[in-house]
Design a protein. Structure first.
Length: 160
């Protein structure tokens, strides 16, 4: 399953991110064009120290300077299939609607991707509806993330 998160707001810290990754056994996919950050704790080396080298992957090809077909195929093959591992796409922008992760990665290609925004989980499809029609998106508290993952995995087993 694909998740997204941004750290520009005041709600997420590298320690919070490490906890989220641990809870859902996910890899962080850093899509930023530059892996250095003026925000303390968010440079790639600092992130690796906080979350562990094994959980960190840089994929600038999914960044704002141009999402490539090859990078989308890599994302789909590695993280978007039954029984596959989970990933969290990381960018600076906290609001998913203001960041390319929603518009160029999730909305059309991965509508069931989940944005982690302001301590809530919101599907890309619900966010798209919110952006286009102003409908309040259905969301879940981040505290329910492990239950959400368990539910999705159980549903996928039944569907298979």
């Amino acid at each position: 399953m694909i998740f997204t998160i941004g750290y520009d707001g005041k709600g997420i810290t590298p320690a919070n991110l490490a906890s989220i990754l641990e809870q859902i056994n996910a890899t962080l996919v850093d899509v930023r064009a530059k892996s250095v950050s003026g925000t303390k704790g968010w440079g790639s080396e600092q992130l690796k120290a906080a979350i562990g080298d094994a959980r960190y992957v840089s994929c600038k090809e999914l960044g704002r300077d141009g999402v490539t077909p090859t990078s989308l195929a890599w994302l789909k093959k590695r993280f978007y299939h039954l029984g596959g591992p989970h990933c969290v796409l990381l960018g600076k922008e906290e609001n998913p609607g203001a960041w390319h992760r929603h518009h160029t990665i999730c909305a059309d290609r991965f509508p069931d991707a989940m944005h982690i925004y302001k301590s809530r989980l919101i599907s890309a499809e619900a966010w798209d509806s919110f952006v286009k029609r102003g409908e309040e998106p259905e969301s879940f508290p981040i505290s329910e993330l492990p239950l959400f993952i368990e539910h999705c995995e159980n549903f996928e087993e039944v569907e298979a």
